[in-house]
Ligand binder design. Structure first.
Ligand code: MG
Length: 229
């Protein structure tokens, strides 16, 4: 069994700021905080880790507010997505279509999004039929490597004896995706569609680095010996 764990933002799709806006809206709604928000790096990080950085300057307790914050955030995200000019990235739909037609491939998510936000995003961009809820999510972990470990546990449980640890891949767009792949002994394929270029990504030695996922033969040749079947 080939197992492919996809990152969402910058790899499958782009939301063009809908998520960050939802965080700001939630800070305003829950804590009446709208100014002096810190500049927080979001690429490659988990929702829990991002929240922790937003909360820290205001002395807000992550453990106390995390659950309610994420629920409110998801409501805003859901409303924001249609208003932002997001898109599915090149090659993603034909690739997922091809992969989902095979019974020797398991597709899951390995994302820093909390589980509900991940579902909202893939539903909005009509990618939901390709994913079955399998994966690792950023609800609790501030470190992406822990999300990868969650995803691996879920995969092992799902595919059981068909799991082949030599055929486990993480597909992402940041150096954190490469690092977390390594944390679970997976191979990594990274694309330049999330803002990191090949040079930056190359510093962490991914197994494969591509401009995007649009050259299906180039993508599949890494994973399958009979890609046309
Ligand atoms: Mg990403």
């Amino acid at each position: 069994m080939l197992t492919l764990l996809f990152d969402i933002d910058g790899t499958l799709l782009r939301t063009r700021g809908a998520g960050l806006a939802a965080i700001r809206q939630t800070m305003q709604e829950m804590f009446d905080i709208s100014s002096d928000l810190p500049r927080v790096a979001v690429h490659g990080r988990t929702d829990c880790g991002i929240l922790s950085d937003f909360f820290e300057p205001f002395g807000l307790d992550l453990a106390k507010h995390r659950q309610a914050f994420l629920a409110t955030y998801c409501g805003h995200l859901h409303r924001n997505l249609p208003e932002y000019d997001g898109n599915v990235l090149p090659g993603v739909i034909p690739l997922l279509e091809r992969l989902s037609s095979r019974n020797d491939v398991t597709i899951g998510l390995l994302t820093g999004n909390c589980e509900r936000a991940a579902q909202i995003k893939i539903e909005h961009f009509k990618l939901k039929p390709y994913f079955c809820g399998l994966g690792g999510f950023g609800d609790h972990a501030t470190n992406r490597n822990d999300v990868a470990r969650d995803a691996l546990r879920a995969v092992r449980q799902r595919v059981q004896s068909s799991f082949d640890e030599d055929r486990l891949w993480v597909i992402g767009d940041t150096i954190d995706d490469i690092t977390c792949a390594r944390a679970i002994n997976a191979k990594s394929m990274v694309v330049e569609t999330g803002g990191c270029n090949a040079e930056e990504l190359g510093t962490k030695n991914p197994d494969v680095c591509l401009k995007d996922l649009s050259d299906m033969d180039a993508v599949l040749s890494n994973w399958l010996s009979d890609p046309l079947v």
